[in-house]
Design a protein around this ligand. Structure first.
Ligand SMILES: C=C(O[C@@H]1C=C(C(=O)O)C=C[C@H]1O)C(=O)O
Length: 308
């Protein structure tokens, strides 16, 4: 069995799943969902990141073209196929069978790790149970993926629950998972640009950046990794600053005297003091000029809009 350290991060193609930012994976192909109408030889799987076989006949093409092999939820008890898939030498993505407990899921993951080279990722799909996903991650130390293809609106919740990656655009999540949960809801409440795989991917990427920036522990070691982590934080900051400016603008319209004329320095000092509790390293002295600039930008915007 692989050590906890080896388990924690699994490279899949150009992505590292389990450390650093959560990743978004499209390009998942289920030859099983296509019910084997075409064998892997005649199905284009080049460029696909994760591929689920229909039968052992698909495995050579998967080994050649895919970045990882999927042990699908609907056939986790087909031990000969599980064993052959795990032995391909690719990272193995182990989906949870719908009725399986965390213990059963992790047992299968350990089996796959032992049959292969230890590179195993857990995957929770269908209507993902994020509590179970989180429990499995904590108990095993293995990376976890949430397949949010059936409801991309779960992306933010999945990242918050510890998903190391989101799968979007699985060909037919209901069929692949055998859940009968077929209707995809296109990102309700997530600011999705509209239905469709491109829009779903954007929703997932937003969740990875914004929720990841707030909640995901990161310890980047290289300059590019550090800069990418800062870029994610800045994206979250920009989103928050824009929201803050909108709220401050509403206040200006509500107050008897708005804009710079109605400035309330006592309120500003108090909010800086409260922020310093959450940002003790920066402290009040460093936060004060930052917040002064933020507040003034909001007041400028509000006055500009009032003058229009
Ligand atoms: C928003 C207000 O108006 C001004 C802007 C503030 C801000 O952006 O936080 C705080 C105090 C005021 O100077 C307010 O009075 O709450």
């Amino acid at each position: 069995m692989s050590s906890t350290l080896e388990r924690r991060a699994v490279p899949v193609g150009g992505l590292l799943v389990g450390e650093g930012p959560a990743v978004v994976i499209g390009g998942r192909v289920s030859l099983r969902a296509r019910r084997g109408q075409a064998g892997a030889g005649s199905v284009a799987i080049e460029g696909a990141t994760l591929v689920e076989p229909y039968s052992a006949d698909d495995l050579p093409a998967i080994a050649e073209h895919a970045d990882a092999v999927v042990v699908g939820a609907s056939w986790t008890r087909d031990i000969p196929l599980v064993r052959a898939a795990a032995g391909l030498g690719l990272p193995v993505v182990v989906e949870r069978r719908r009725e399986a407990s965390v213990a059963e899921w992790l047992e299968l993951a350990d089996y796959c790790a032992a049959e292969g080279d230890g590179q195993v990722i857990l995957c929770e799909g269908g209507r993902p149970d994020l509590g179970l996903m989180r429990a499995a991650k904590v108990a095993s130390g293995r990376p976890v993926l949430a397949d949010v293809s059936a409801d991309v609106g779960l992306s933010a919740a999945a990242v918050a629950a510890g998903a190391d990656g989101l799968i979007v655009g699985s060909p037919d999540p209901a069929l692949a998972q055998g859940t009968g949960a077929g209707t995809a809801s296109p990102g309700a409440g997530t600011g999705s640009a509209g239905p469709g795989p491109g829009a779903d991917r954007l929703v997932a990427e937003e969740a990875v950046v914004l929720v990841g920036a707030l909640l995901r522990d990161e310890a980047p070691a290289t300059l590019p990794e550090c800069r990418q982590a800062i870029d994610r934080l800045d994206a979250a900051l920009a989103t928050l600053l824009e929201r803050r400016a909108e709220l401050a603008g509403i206040v200006q319209r509500i107050k008897p005297v708005g804009g710079f004329a109605g400035r309330d320095l006592g309120r500003e000092r108090a909010l800086v003091a409260r922020m310093a509790v959450r940002a003790p390293a920066l402290g009040e002295a460093r936060l004060a000029p930052i917040m002064n600039a933020v507040i003034e930008a909001g007041l400028h915007l509000a006055e500009e809009r009032a003058a229009e």
